[in-house]
Design a protein around this ligand. Structure first.
Ligand code: SF4
Length: 189
């Protein structure tokens, strides 16, 4: 019988991980859940994602049911972590299920000490307006030697370890199109 690494982990590790995660308020995998009659696990939707905490970029399998995370584990097929996770990622459920999580945009006007709730439409148009204004004010078409540079010195970007490859690609395209040269990543600071 040809057993893959993932099959092996499913067969042999389910009971152990189920017991361990149960202690954390999480439950076992879908196989364990189905066997033990855990309906939330059995009917959950499984997705793969990337841990947002650090630049290692470990892969995760997350199961959700009725808008809540019911199981979370390292992805054994992911080439970076091969199924392992550190303690930070094991506590990742607290990111989505946290009463203090901010779910609406807040705005603090210049010189104000108050944050007020605003709409996403207002936020998007304000961001676009301010980027356009800063870009036009800081744009340099030619340098002092008359060489074309099309450079924007008026805006800088600090990226995040939470961005995956595809998001980084799109972000780079967009920032370079605006002429940005000051592009940094928080992991290098
Ligand atoms: S699981 Fe741990 S090591 Fe891996 S990306 Fe998340 S925080 Fe970093």
């Amino acid at each position: 019988m040809n057993v893959t690494r993932r099959d092996f982990l499913k067969i042999s590790g389910v009971t152990v991980s189920g017991a361990a995660l149960g202690g954390l308020g999480l439950h076992g995998t879908s196989m364990a859940g189905a066997k033990s009659g855990n309906m939330a696990i059995k009917y959950s939707k499984e997705s793969t994602t990337i841990c947002p905490y650090c630049a290692v970029g470990c892969g995760l399998i997350v199961q959700a049911h009725a808008g809540k995370v019911v199981n979370l584990e390292g992805d054994p097929d992911h080439p970076i972590n091969e199924g392992t996770l550190c303690s930070k990622a094991h506590a990742l459920r607290s990111v989505s299920e946290n009463p203090w999580r901010i779910t609406k945009p807040l705005y603090r006007a210049p010189k104000s000490s108050e944050w007020k709730e605003v709409s996403w439409d207002w936020v998007y148009s304000e961001i676009a307006k301010r980027i356009k204004k800063s870009r036009d004010a800081g744009f340099t078409k030619v340098n002092s030697s008359n060489q074309v540079v099309n450079r924007n010195d008026g805006i800088a970007s600090v990226g995040s370890a939470a961005l995956d490859n595809e998001e980084c690609y799109i972000l780079q395209k967009w920032l370079r199109a605006l002429g940005l040269v000051y592009i940094e990543h928080q992991a290098r600071i």
